[in-house]
Design a protein around this ligand. Structure first.
Ligand code: ZN
Length: 191
């Protein structure tokens, strides 16, 4: 839910929005859409992403549909506090690649009166909750779960299928390594 669609819009208070889902579900697109609308309203926006992701660009957050927004790359969520001091709206992409301290950082930002929007994978390639997104969901005011379309059967999909045999939790890639699948078609590797 985009807060601009609510009748009871928060005033003089910060809050946390989480946009979560599998790969190719449009999370980053949705994050960019919300941030652009804030920029159009002349709100001060700061955008961050973790260093691990250099798929397309190191200074932009980029959706799979090639929309992009200038962003700052940080090694640790802690850096976001100082770097967003002047911002009214803080956008964070690829939230699942941050450590557990992302949760307290987001809480501090929201307590300072900022609107915090985090996009991230809610499940890993095995279909297990992908920390720290579950912890963020618990403390967020607004949650959007974006669904993709299963490449096998066309049903709504919320799982990320890894097409290679790598077993590390984090393997950065796009359509070469991953595809979206529904519950029925997702094949979780053996533990
Ligand atoms: Zn399916």
């Amino acid at each position: 839910m985009d807060t601009s669609e609510l009748h009871n819009v928060p005033r003089n208070v910060g809050w946390i929005e989480v946009v979560c889902g599998c790969m190719f579900s449009g999370k980053t697109e949705e994050l960019i859409r919300r941030l652009r609308r804030a920029q159009i309203a002349r709100q001060k926006v700061a955008v961050f992403k973790p260093r691990i992701d250099n798929r397309y660009s190191t200074e932009h957050i980029v959706s799979h549909s090639e929309q992009s927004l200038v962003s700052q790359v940080v090694d640790d969520a802690q850096e976001i506090l100082a770097a967003s001091r002047d911002a009214q709206v803080v956008g964070i992409d690829e939230g699942q690649f941050f450590k557990a301290n992302l949760v307290e950082v987001c809480e501090k930002l929201a307590n300072q009166g900022k609107r915090v929007i985090v996009a991230g994978l809610d499940q890993d390639y095995r279909g297990k909750p992908f920390e720290p997104i579950p912890q963020l969901l618990a403390i967020a005011e607004y949650i959007t779960k974006t669904l993709a379309i299963c490449v096998v059967c066309g049903n709504p999909a919320d799982k990320t299928q890894r097409k290679t045999a790598q077993s590390e939790r984090v393997v950065v890639g796009a359509k070469d390594i991953y595809e979206a699948r529904c519950r029925k078609c997702h094949l979780a590797p053996e533990d």
